[in-house]
Each structure stands twice: as structure tokens, then as C-alpha cells.
Write a protein that binds this ligand. Structure first.
Ligand SMILES: [Cu+2]
Length: 314
């Protein structure tokens, strides 16, 4: 063996040992704070929302553990309010990275996604509860760098479901703080968004085939109320608190999510026939206000749903 070959092997070994670092990426994410009208139900009722990128919730961000997120927030000049970004997946300085910016300003910061899981993000500009209640929240998923395992199996489909409280009086932040005037629950920005049983105008449901493992990334973006997430006519096969594969529970009927808490919840329906589940906040006052989501398990389920950019249905 020549010296040259040994050098080549040594270099190859060095590259192999350094490989995990080489796999982490820098992910650029830009969002616009937009004060804009959105529709908050299936029949098109408009509401003066404050949003990230014009929707409630904002865009789903997905990175891998170890990635560096380079984030830019642009507060559009047409806005009236200051806004900010608070990623629950970040370990930074609340007075620096998460500080608000005025209309017409922009701000960049970066963070390393150290922990895997499902995390809320939201605006933290004052009054913070009003900025959240008016729609400035969303989800960042940090996939574990170890990938799927026996204890964290690859799901057949994934859906993001974000629950929020709706206050029709958008300006009365004092009432919001006391939970007064809370009229409805939003699921991904709409009342009974995926529930044609309680709202004939609902056009979407979550779909899967019988026997598929469906992972629901559920985030409680309520400003004041915990949520009790139960899949009616089913049991959560596995539950990953905060979406972290290490925080696993099995065979759970109902999972408590505190305010701002998230979990990744797996459900596997019977493989031999079609069934339906109603994923509810079992807090009845929240369910009856809109927090019911139908999951249809049927052989002719749309194969595109619950994959790629259709993990959140708009
Ligand atoms: Cu804001």
C-alpha cells in the first residue's frame, strides 16, 4: 500500500467521523407579519386577524435536529402594530432575538434546533395574549436526527392540528385576559374546520386508510385554557409529549395539553373495515365551540393527504 493510499483512507475516515456534522443544514425561513382579514369558519365569516404570512396558523416550519434556522421577520409597513417571533424550539435571549419590531422594520436571528419535537411559535409583542388570540401562532417540527426507530415508527400519514381560542371582539384585550367573550374554538384557523357532522359547510376531513398509523401533531395555542385531546372511538397508540421520541406513552385515551403545549399522537384504526374518529378537546365547552376534527379511515382515502405539504389542510 502506498503512502498516497493511506492518506486517502485517512481522509475518508476523517470525513466519515465528521459526517454527522456535515448532515446538519442551514435552513432559511422568512415570514411577514400581516394584519389582514381571514375567514374563521367554513361559510366565510371574516375577521381582522394578525398573522404570520396571512394565515391562522402561520406556515408549518420543518427542520431536522441539529439544523441551524436562519430566520427573518418582516413587519410589513402597512401594519399598525409591533410584532415579534418567539420560537419555542429556540434557546436564545428573550430581550434580543424575541424583541418586537415596528411596522416597516425587519429583523434577523438564528438558532440551532437542539431538541427534537413539535413546538409552538407565536408573536410575543404586547399585549401578547391579544397577538396570539388574533392569530399569530404556528408550529415548528424538529425531526429527530436519529430518524425513525422501533419505538418511534414511521407514520403512514401526519397531520398538524392547532387549536386556538376565538374572541369576536378583536380589540378588547382586557376581556381576553379574563377569558371573557371567548365564543368559539378554532382548529387550524376555523370553527369545526374538519367536522361536517356539526357544520354542513365543512368541506375537509382528515383522511387515512384503515390500519394506517396516523400521527397527529397537536398544538394547544389557546391563550387561557388547557385542552384534553381524545380520539373518540379510538385510543392513542403512542403519544410523544412535546413530539420528542424519548417522551413516549402508550395506550392513552386522553392527553392533557397545557397552554402552549404540543404532543405528537399516533392512532392506528382497525385494518379490516372503514371507521371514523372524532378528535376532540374533551373539555366540552371547547368541543362544542368548534374543537372537533373528523378522521375518516376508508379504503379510498386520498393518497396525497397527510404527506408533504398536505400535513396541514387549509
Ligand atoms: Cu404580533
Amino acid at each position: 500500500m502506498s503512502i498516497g493510499n493511506r492518506t486517502t483512507i485517512a481522509l475518508a475516515l476523517t470525513a466519515l467521523l465528521a459526517a454527522p456534522a456535515a448532515w446538519s443544514a442551514t435552513v432559511k425561513v422568512t415570514m411577514h407579519a400581516k394584519e389582514t382579514k381571514v375567514t374563521i369558519d367554513n361559510k366565510g365569516t371574516e375577521y381582522p386577524a394578525w398573522t404570520f404570512d396571512g394565515t391562522i396558523p402561520g406556515p408549518v416550519i420543518r427542520v431536522t435536529q441539529g439544523d441551524t434556522v436562519e430566520f427573518e421577520l418582516i413587519n410589513d409597513a402597512t401594519n399598525k402594530e409591533s410584532h415579534s417571533m418567539d420560537f419555542h424550539a429556540a434557546v436564545v435571549d428573550v430581550l434580543d432575538e424575541f424583541a418586537p419590531i415596528k411596522p416597516g422594520q425587519s429583523k434577523k436571528f438564528k438558532f440551532d434546533a437542539k431538541y427534537p419535537g413539535t413546538f409552538m411559535y407565536h408573536c410575543g409583542s404586547m399585549p401578547m395574549h391579544q397577538h396570539i388570540a388574533r392569530g399569530m401562532y404556528g408550529v415548528i417540527i424538529v425531526d429527530p436526527k436519529g430518524g425513525f426507530t422501533k419505538d418511534f415508527p414511521k407514520p403512514d400519514r401526519e397531520y398538524v392540528v392547532v387549536q386556538g381560542q376565538f374572541f369576536p371582539n378583536a380589540d378588547d384585550h382586557h376581556a381576553m385576559m379574563d377569558n371573557v367573550g371567548y365564543s368559539n374554538t378554532l382548529i387550524n384557523g376555523k370553527i369545526f374546520h374538519y367536522d361536517p357532522v356539526h357544520d354542513p359547510d365543512a368541506k375537509l376531513v382528515l383522511e387515512a386508510k384503515p390500519g394506517e398509523r396516523v400521527r397527529i401533531h397537536y398544538v394547544n395555542a389557546n391563550i387561557n385554557l388547557p385542552a384534553a385531546i381524545h380520539p373518540i372511538a379510538g385510543i392513542w397508540d403512542k403519544v410523544y409529549l412535546n413530539g420528542n421520541p424519548k417522551n413516549v406513552l402508550e395506550g392513552m385515551a386522553t392527553v392533557q395539553l397545557g397552554v402552549s403545549e404540543a404532543a405528537s399522537l399516533d392512532i392506528v384504526s382497525p385494518a379490516d373495515h372503514a371507521t371514523n374518529n372524532a378528535i376532540v378537546d374533551h373539555t366540552m365547552g371547547a368541543a362544542m365551540r368548534g374543537a372537533i376534527t373528523v378522521l375518516m379511515n376508508k379504503p379510498d382515502a386520498d393518497p396525497t393527504l397527510g404527506k408533504g405539504d398536505k400535513i396541514i389542510l387549509r
